[in-house]
Design a protein around this ligand. Structure first.
Ligand code: APR
Length: 257
């Protein structure tokens, strides 16, 4: 059972500008591996070999098959109660004329599947594909029923290798997404960092930018991270449990208001 301070609940129920940054941890309870947990992807694979253009050019078939394997997992899982709580919070704030901006580092689109809208995807997504040479979008989509595609399809325009629409190490983040995320961090009253180790910039800098701009910084993570010491409120719990409990407490508090 989770209890939250009256002060926190008052702040959350009276604030009207909320920004949320999520990382792989919010999808962990759906069954999607994180990156840096002891059983995470980077414990088994080297990121530069798999999540970089160099790695892709060196070994396109291995990289393509690794993403197909991740797509198979993403295709088979469902959003969890943490994703759903954020959908309900977004609705609750917007019904009151507020602004709820959801920024994610995740590429699994579980937020959208749960019902969140206008999600800012800082690291792209694993569903879409485009040509690594001419950059044109490509129609290939993973499906559980289609035969295993063992190597990157070829671009119908230029013959280049098709790649997943994720942001790889060493690549720029989509400028519009980053700008929107920074604007939300700088103007919000409350900033949540949920399920991220805060190891990868510029995403990891957003909570600190928000705090510096005057926001209340709340971290939701069962483990300590590089930014836990800066959090005004640290909820050390799995997001699939903490977020529904927090939203339920907000509703209870609000009914009293
Ligand atoms: N609820 C909340 N947080 C959780 C849960 C959970 N149930 N389970 C694990 N976590 C936390 C872990 O404690 C960890 O701090 O989620 C965090 C996951 O951290 P990472 O695996 O580093 O994932 P993330 O922060 O999203 O990585 C950022 O790095 O490799 C790149 O592009 C990749 O977007 C990714 C970026």
């Amino acid at each position: 059972m989770y209890t939250f301070s009256d002060n926190l609940l008052h702040t959350l129920t009276t604030a009207r500008k909320i920004a949320v940054l999520t990382g792989a941890g919010i999808s962990a309870e759906s069954g999607v591996a994180t990156f840096r947990d002891p059983d995470g992807l980077w414990a088994k694979f080297r990121p530069e070999e798999l999540a970089s253009m160099d790695g892709f050019l060196k070994n396109p078939n291995m990289v393509w098959e690794w993403y197909e394997a991740r797509r198979k997992v993403v295709d088979s899982v469902k959003p969890n109660a943490g994703h759903t709580a954020l959908v309900e919070m977004q609705k609750w704030y917007e019904e009151r004329g507020g602004r709820f901006t959801l920024i994610t580092q995740n590429v699994d689109r579980l937020h959208q599947q749960a019902g969140s809208h206008d999600v800012i995807e800082l690291h792209g997504n694993i569903i879409d594909n485009y040509c690594s040479r001419c950059k044109k979008p490509h129609e290939y989509r993973y499906t559980s029923t289609a035969p295993n595609v063992k190597e990157p399809p070829r671009c119908t325009y230029c013959g280049g290798m098709i790649r997943p629409a994720v942001v790889w190490f060493g690549e720029m983040l989509p400028p519009d997404a980053l700008e929107a995320a920074q604007e939300a961090a700088e103007t919000c009253e409350v900033f949540f960092s949920i399920g991220t180790s805060a190891e990868v910039y510029p995403a990891a800098g957003l909570p600190i930018e928000a705090k510096r701009a005057g926001a209340l910084f709340i971290e939701v993570n069962p483990n300590q991270t590089a930014i836990t010491r800066f959090a005004d409120v640290s909820i050390s719990a799995p997001s699939g449990e903490a977020l529904p409990a927090l939203f339920a407490s907000m509703l209870a508090k609000n009914n009293i208001l």
